[in-house]
Design a protein around this ligand. Structure first.
Ligand SMILES: *Cc1c(COP(=O)(O)O)cnc(C)c1O
Length: 462
């Protein structure tokens, strides 16, 4: 399998190269050159298989023979053995035809574990094979950092440095990162805000000389392997509800669009899907684009669903590439214009998107209302991100005879603030984490100065 850039200029890469690379040199994102197909029989044969087995079968064509089957099976099995539920991603029925897909049973209680448990192991495998080491750098305001740390803590060939804004992440989120005491894990609290941390990571990727030739790897959602890992739960949940013999719809709380794009890939591989509903919080660029063709940036709004607080949806570019029928030049032109001024999609690509995607956006007051309403109707306490999905699914349901699967992207205990504001006592952390607030922490506070951060990384990497 070869991977090509959405902007059409960067060289095509192998799977191994694409896992180690991140963004393409032309500013685009990598996508597979052709979409592998799952036949009706192959889907039917997955009924009753374990999650790890379905994962192996769905991802195998993307790996394209670059890892032998036994090794890849082992990597997949290890990645999903870290989940606390035997089904890995269980389905929970909410009403006659509405299901929650619980993606939060991994080590950090949010769906990012599904991809990052795999990505860490894939990176370690390829680095070991090459006899190389690499450094991971990332900035986080919450979920991604802890999931990346958990995904890499056992990787011998990786050192991971995660920057978070000092005293500006919740205690649970900080402790999920800082209580991992592995000797390849480095938490840095920056005396600044998230944007300062992010800017230092970006600058480090732009000029990597401070690492003297060691590879710097990004684990954000532009990495293709994260999308690939997420394709699996769309297939697994649809098969559990009767695919390929009947269609399902999905509703996805969305921000950078990596999650719902993975669903679209499952559809393109042959999974029978009726529609995708994109749910957003008040940061609604995806909803504005689909509903009003208003493809423009707006100021960031801090919401009760902070993991969906974004201005630009980086992975939307991958869908635009398909909507523009893989015309990389047109995608490059649109996205370059969008950087500086409010833009709009051309008519035909927008019409193509509207065939498969609906959208709905809610503000903080409505998030609280939905948490109460969902509890009243189903006895479930939703986390604030999943609440956006619950409402969007109800509003954009379409044909009610088609099962609707809403993706539950985080455990409510992780976002207690919203749950308490909605009028509930807090939600307890699951048993494997109930001593989180007593565990020993380790992190280093640094000023928001690039030189200080780079010196820390260079001196501490192994
Ligand atoms: C990251 C995240 C999202 C958004 O996912 P995207 O792939 O960026 O669209 C939604 N909910 C939670 C809890 C998250 O951590």
């Amino acid at each position: 399998m070869r991977y090509i850039s959405t902007r059409g200029q960067a060289p095509a890469l192998s799977f191994e190269e694409v896992v180690l690379t991140g963004m393409a040199s032309d500013g685009g994102l990598y996508v597979p050159e052709t979409v592998p197909q799952l036949s009706h029989e192959e889907l039917a044969d997955m009924a009753g298989c374990s999650y790890a087995e379905i994962a192996f079968r769905v991802m195998k064509p993307y790996v394209g023979g670059e890892i032998d089957d036994d090794t890849f099976r082992g990597i997949v099995r290890d990645a999903y053995a870290t989940f606390s539920h035997d089904a890995v991603v269980p389905l929970n029925q909410l009403d006659a035809n509405h299901y929650l897909l619980e993606l939060f049973h991994g080590p950090t209680l949010a769906f990012k574990d599904v991809a990052l448990q795999l990505l860490g192991r894939l990176l370690d495998h390829f680095l070991a094979k090459r006899g190389e080491r690499a450094v991971i750098m990332g900035a986080t305001s919450g979920d991604t950092g802890s999931a990346a740390i958990e995904g890499c803590r056992h990787c011998d060939n990786l050192d991971i440095f995660i920057l978070h804004p000092h005293e500006r992440v919740s205690e649970v989120q900080r402790r999920q990162m800082t209580t991992v005491l592995a000797n390849n894990v480095f938490n840095v609290a920056i005396e600044g805000n998230f944007d300062d941390a992010q800017a230092m990571v970006k600058a480090s990727f732009a000029d990597q000389t401070f690492l003297n030739g060691t590879r710097l790897v990004a684990v954000n959602s532009i990495n293709w392997a994260r999308i690939m890992a997420q394709v699996v739960y769309y297939v697994a949940s649809a098969v559990a509800l009767g695919a390929p013999h009947r269609k399902v719809s999905f509703c996805v709380p969305s921000a950078n669009f990596g999650n719902v794009f993975a669903g679209y890939m499952a559809y393109r591989m042959g999974l029978p899907v009726e529609r995708f509903v994109i749910a957003t919080n008040a940061n609604d660029i995806l909803h504005r684009t689909l509903a009003d063709n208003d493809f423009s940036k707006q100021a960031l709004i801090a919401t009760l669903a902070p993991s969906m607080d974004i201005v630009v949806s980086s992975n939307f570019e991958r869908l635009l590439f398909e909507a523009y029928q893989r015309d990389g030049a047109a995608v490059a032109e649109l996205l370059e214009r969008f950087q500086d001024e409010p833009s709009a999609l051309a008519e035909a690509p927008l019409a193509r998107l509207r065939e498969m995607f609906a959208s709905h956006s809610i503000d903080d007051a409505t998030i609280l209302e939905v948490i109460r309403e969902a509890h009243h109707r189903t006895q479930e306490i939703l986390d604030p991100h999943t609440a956006t999905g619950y409402r969007a699914a109800e509003r954009e349901r379409g044909d009610e005879s088609v099962p609707m699967i809403t993706l539950a992207t985080a455990h409510p205990a992780k976002f207690a603030e919203a749950v308490v504001k909605a009028g509930f006592p807090g939600v307890p952390l699951p048993p494997h984490m109930d001593d989180l607030l007593e565990r020993e922490e380790r992190y280093t506070v640094l000023p928001a100065e690039l030189a200080a951060v780079q010196r820390f990384v260079a001196e501490n990497r192994r």
